[in-house]
Design a protein around this ligand. Structure first.
Ligand code: GLN
Length: 391
C-alpha cells in the first residue's frame, strides 16, 4: 500500500472528539467536547419543521442561501456596527471549523507563517498545516492569559502572513480587551498581515467584560477575516452553520475555496436558522444570563475541590489544574477522571504548544442538573488530592 500524505503525521486526531467517544464508552458525563445538552430556541425548531416542507432540499447558492445571508448581514451589523453586505462580505460555511480552514487557505501560500497563541483551540495548528503554512506560537500566560507585547512583536518580525485570534477564547476563557486587540492590529498593519478571528462565543461574555469585534476596530476591516458560527449562539452545533466575513476581494477568493471543499452548508438548515438571526436583542441578553448562571452553578464545585482553575471571562470552558492528583501526563488524569470519577474533560496539553500537563478542560454548556451531577462527582477530587499528598 502506498504511504499516506506525510503532512498528516504531524498532528493527531482531535483529542476533543476522542474524549467524547471515551465518555460515551464509559457512560461518563461529557464535559469534554463543548456542546449543549439542551434544545435550541423554540423559534428555530418551528422554523426547522416548516423548512422541511419548503423548496429547500437541493443545493443552496454555494456561498449561502440569499435569505440566510441577508438575515446574517443584518444581525452582524446590528451587533458589531460593521456595515455588512450579504453579496459582498460573506461566505456561509459548514461551521466555523470550515470557515477557519477556508480563511487559512485563502490567506496563506505554502510555506507562509501563521501566528497562533498558545494555548489555542486544537484545530488552528491543523488548519495551518493542512493549508501548507507553518504555525509560530506566542504564549498566553496564566492567570489572565495575557500576551507579552515583546514576544508578539518578535513573532511578527518573522513576517507571518496571518495571526489567529480566538475571542472570546477557547480554552482559556479570555476575553481580549480593546487595548490588546489594538496592539495586535498595529502589528498586523506594520507587517501587512491578515488577522483571522474565530468568534463563535461573541454572545457568551461575563460581566464586566464586553466583546469587541476585531473587524469593527478603526482601520481593521480590510485585513480581518472573521470566522464565526451559529453553533454556540443558538445551541445548534449539529447544524454546522458558520461563515467567513471579510472584504469583497478576500471573499471572492474564499468563495472558491469553500465551493471546492464542501459546495455549501445544508439548505433547509440555512432556511430554518433565519428565525434565530431574527431573534430580538432580549434573546442575547438571556443567553448571557443563562451562561452566567451555568458558570455560577459549576465553578463553586471546582472551588470545593481545592484545586486551582482558570476563571472564564467568556466562552464556556474552565481549565482545572489537576497536577496535585499526581499523574505524570494529563491524558492519564483525563482517562482516570472518566473511569473513576465519571466526568469527561479534555487533557489540557492538546491546546498547548509547550509541554503543559497541568490542566484538564471542562465545559459548562450543560443543563444545571447535568452540571450539578458532574460537580457532585468532581468534589471527590478534594479527598483524592489530599490522600495523594499524604501517600
Ligand atoms: N468548540 C468545541 C470544543 O472546543 C467543539 C469542538 C468540535 O468538536 N467541533 O469543545
Amino acid at each position: 500500500m502506498p504511504p499516506t500524505a506525510s503532512r498528516l503525521q504531524v498532528f493527531t486526531e482531535s483529542v476533543i472528539r476522542g474524549m467524547s467517544r471515551l465518555a460515551s464508552r464509559h457512560g461518563a458525563i461529557n464535559l469534554a467536547q463543548g456542546f449543549p445538552d439542551f434544545d435550541p430556541p423554540e423559534e428555530l425548531l418551528v422554523a426547522l419543521e416548516r423548512a422541511t416542507r419548503g423548496p429547500h432540499h437541493q443545493y443552496a447558492v454555494t456561498w449561502g442561501a440569499p435569505r440566510f445571508r441577508e438575515a446574517l448581514a443584518r444581525k452582524i451589523t446590528r451587533f458589531s456596527s460593521v456595515p455588512i453586505h450579504p453579496d459582498e462580505h460573506l461566505v456561509v460555511t459548514c461551521g466555523s471549523t470550515e470557515a477557519m480552514m477556508v480563511a487559512m487557505m485563502t490567506a496563506c501560500n505554502p510555506g507562509d507563517k501563521v501566528i497562533v497563541f498558545s494555548p489555542f483551540y486544537e484545530n488552528y495548528a491543523a488548519d495551518a498545516i493542512l493549508s501548507g503554512a507553518q504555525p509560530i506560537y506566542v504564549p498566553l500566560r496564566p492567570p489572565d492569559f495575557d500576551f507579552c507585547l515583546d514576544e508578539l512583536t518578535r513573532a511578527f518580525e518573522q513576517k507571518p502572513k496571518a495571526i489567529v485570534v480566538c475571542n472570546p477564547s477557547n480554552p482559556t476563557g479570555k476575553v481580549f480587551s480593546r487595548d490588546e486587540l489594538m496592539q495586535i492590529l498595529r502589528l498586523a498593519e506594520q507587517h501587512d498581515a491578515f488577522v483571522i478571528t474565530d468568534e463563535p462565543y461573541e454572545h457568551i461574555v461575563f460581566e464586566p467584560r464586553q466583546h469587541e469585534y476585531f473587524a469593527a476596530l478603526p482601520g481593521a476591516f480590510e485585513r480581518t477575516i472573521t470566522c464565526n458560527s451559529l453553533s454556540k449562539t443558538y445551541s445548534i452545533t449539529g447544524w454546522r452553520l458558520g461563515y467567513v466575513q471579510a472584504a469583497p476581494q478576500v471573499i471572492a477568493q474564499a468563495r472558491k475555496v469553500h465551493d471546492f471543499l464542501t459546495v455549501g452548508a445544508a439548505a433547509p438548515l440555512q432556511e430554518a436558522a433565519v428565525a434565530g438571526l431574527e431573534l430580538p436583542d432580549s434573546y442575547y441578553a438571556g443567553l448571557r444570563e443563562l451562561y452566567t448562571r451555568k458558570r455560577d452553578v459549576f465553578l463553586p464545585y471546582l472551588r470545593e475541590t481545592g484545586l486551582p482553575f482558570t476563571e472564564p471571562q467568556g466562552a464556556y470552558y474552565v481549565m482545572l489544574d489537576v497536577s496535585s492528583l499526581g499523574f505524570a501526563r494529563d491524558h492519564d488524569a483525563a482517562e482516570w477522571l472518566v473511569r473513576e470519577i465519571g466526568v469527561a474533560g479534555v487533557p489540557g496539553s492538546s491546546f498547548f504548544r509547550e509541554p503543559e500537563h497541568r490542566y484538564v478542560r471542562f465545559h459548562f454548556a450543560k443543563r444545571e442538573e447535568t452540571l450539578r451531577a458532574a460537580g457532585e462527582k468532581l468534589v471527590r477530587l478534594r479527598e483524592v488530592a489530599a490522600s495523594r499528598k499524604r501517600g
